[in-house]
Design a protein around this ligand. Sequence first.
Ligand code: FES
Length: 159
Amino acid sequence: MQGQEEMVTEIISYYQSLKNPKEQENLVAMLREIQEEMGCVPKDIQKRISKEFDVKESVISFIMKLYPSLREAAYRHRIVLCSGERCAKKDGAALIRAVKKELMPDEGGISKDGVFLVSVRNCLKHCKTSPNMLVDGELHTHVKEQDIPRILQKYRAEG
Ligand code: FES
């Protein structure tokens, strides 16, 4: 069986052999294929693509942002916590602490078990139901600190 690195090299060579390898459409298709192989397109692979295709790193980075389905790090669920004023008034900071304590995200927000990407946004625009948190776009309202393990477990169980 081919290793992941060989597969990625093969994908890159294939796209290099195309007529217009630098066209955005081709770059996106290649990034998608790499992601299928690796579960994400890590920064070092983005750098490699930039070198091998003679495209600026910022262009690859821009494409990654343009297509939300493309991910820089492998994770299965995305959590967005709220640091807005209204949530903060209802102990939103305790939620943020509880999630971080449970998941121990690294600097990039990836949880220690690699399952979650944790980020914080200033107001999720649902202040009436504060404190709130989003998981995979699903809004959880009136969340209490003690709800956190149950919520996380639900998504863990989904795989
Ligand atoms: S402050 Fe949290 S949703 Fe607005």
